[in-house]
Ligand binder design. Structure first.
Ligand code: SAJ
Length: 418
């Protein structure tokens, strides 16, 4: 069994560290936030994810996982830190850079450094170059160099692929793409991942692996954008988009995704910008998809505002705040964006029904004409009902329950498949 040091104990690093510990490795989890470190050492996760607490508490109890604020010597270093974008939608690599600097003093010949964070093409090479500059005493292979041996530091990219809400299962079952700076680097990485991944590990070079990850999320973004564009076209033509998509999907080679209030989360709404940033002139479709998905929440806001003009003192009920169904995560949530806009740009009473949260997040909590209520109160008191997230708990709602209301259904909650 190996010694693994995981840098970043967030949404990806923590499940990965816990899974590696449960596979028998000795894992040091490293996070700059001392409160997160303390929570983990007590056996608890600092965010909600099904089955993670169980996996984590077992790993901590057996002593195979320990968290601390600084890295330590290890055979494998995993970098799993955020890669958001900054002004101008440019990738913000400051967390990856800081993580790289932090491990440099701990490297020994033969160690392997693996980047899991979704990153622009070229990042793995950049990590190797930074480490080589910090540690002139160590040998680093060049891209695609042949026959690097155990005296080298191996560097590879193994992009995370897990779906929030189903992370623990997907960590084991998903196939992985492993891109090495060299073939030996990729082989070293597989040695570690094969100890807990039941899916296949496909090997390539690090630039391709970086691109593949960005392609996966852009693929989804483009396809959701197509569905969102269809929803706008259908509104204009007075067609039920849900029924139209259902019928189009009866074709054996058509599989259209679902329109919604926009695209949220910290991955799909961000990663396509890394492609656009590195090849702006060629990425026309990827950019258009981003713009369509980002524009959808403004469109929904305008729909609601228009409906509000029909009432003197409208009460608006919004169903859902999280970025997607059945998770508690509100990061980049289009539903939250729409509700925030309604709360700040109107003075009407807004009822929010969100079974995944027990209080309104952040700034919303301080606005006095907005309140968190249950689904029945929302339904009873509202003039306008806006469906924003297709939580399992909302699926029992029927259109007959909202007969005297204006209903704005962005997620097809009321659509009954025929
Ligand atoms: N959405 C739609 N219509 C759909 C499907 C999704 O509007 O038909 C919306 C969701 O409501 C949500 C957003 O898209 O706002 C993204 O949700 P998601 O479930 O598609 O994806 P994420 O962001 O939770 O996770 C994605 C996954 N990538 C792919 O499916 C290609 C996951 O495997 C990645 O690990 C993750 O991004 C990541 O971290 O990159």
């Amino acid at each position: 069994m190996s010694k693994v040091c995981v840098i970043g104990l967030g949404y990806i690093g923590l499940p990965t560290a816990s899974m590696m510990a449960s596979a028998g490795h000795h894992v040091i989890g490293c996070d700059t936030d001392a409160r997160i470190v303390a929570t983990i050492n007590e056996g608890h996760s600092h965010f909600d994810e099904p089955d993670l607490d169980m996996l984590l508490s077992a790993a901590v109890k057996t002593g195979r996982l320990r968290a601390q604020t600084t890295p330590a010597e290890a055979d494998f270093f995993i970098i799993a830190v955020p890669t958001p974008f900054k002004n101008g939608k440019k990738p913000d690599m400051s967390f990856v850079d800081a993580a790289t600097e932090s491990i440099a003093p701990f490297l020994r010949p033969g160690d392997t450094v693996i980047l899991e964070s979704t990153s622009p093409v070229g990042t793995t090479e950049r990590i190797a170059a930074t480490l080589a500059a910090r540690r002139p005493d160590l040998k680093f292979p060049k891209l695609k160099e042949q026959d690097t041996g155990d005296q080298y530091i191996h560097v590879a990219h193994c992009p995370e692929r897990i779906l929030p809400g189903d992370m623990v299962r997907e960590l084991v079952t998903n196939d992985r793409i492993i891109g090495g700076l060299t073939e030996v680097c990729a082989d070293k990485c597989v040695e570690l991942y094969a100890s807990f991944v039941r899916g296949m590990c496909f090997l390539t070079d690090c630039r391709t692996a970086e691109f593949v990850k960005l392609v996966e999320n852009s693929y989804r973004d483009v396809n959701i954008a197509f569905a969102n564009e269809l929803s706008l076209i259908s509104d204009r033509l007075n067609i039920d988009v849900w029924h139209a998509i259902e019928l189009a999907n009866k074709h054996p080679r058509v599989s259209i995704l679902s329109p919604g209030p926009g695209v949220g989360g910290h991955c799909i709404a961000v990663d396509p910008w890394f492609i656009i940033d590195s090849a702006p002139e060629e990425s026309r479709l990827v950019r258009a998809a981003r713009e369509i998905n980002d524009g959808k929440s403004q469109y929904v806001f305008e729909q609601v505002s228009k409906a509000m003009q029909r009432f003197r003192d409208p009460v608006v009920a919004c169903y859902g705040l999280t970025y997607k169904p059945d998770v508690e995560d509100t990061r980049e949530s289009p539903a939250l964006d729409i509700v925030r806009k309604l709360a700040t740009e109107t003075s009407s009473r807004i009822l929010v029904c969100e079974p995944m949260l027990d209080k309104l997040p952040g700034k919303l909590a301080r606005i006095n004409h907005i309140e968190l209520t249950d689904a029945d109160t929302a339904r009873r008191e509202a003039d306008i009902v806006v469906f924003l997230v297709k939580h399992r708990k909302f699926r029992k709602l029927k259109s007959t329950m909202f007969l005297n209301k204006v209903v704005i259904d962005t997620i097809g909650l009321m659509h009954e498949p025929r």
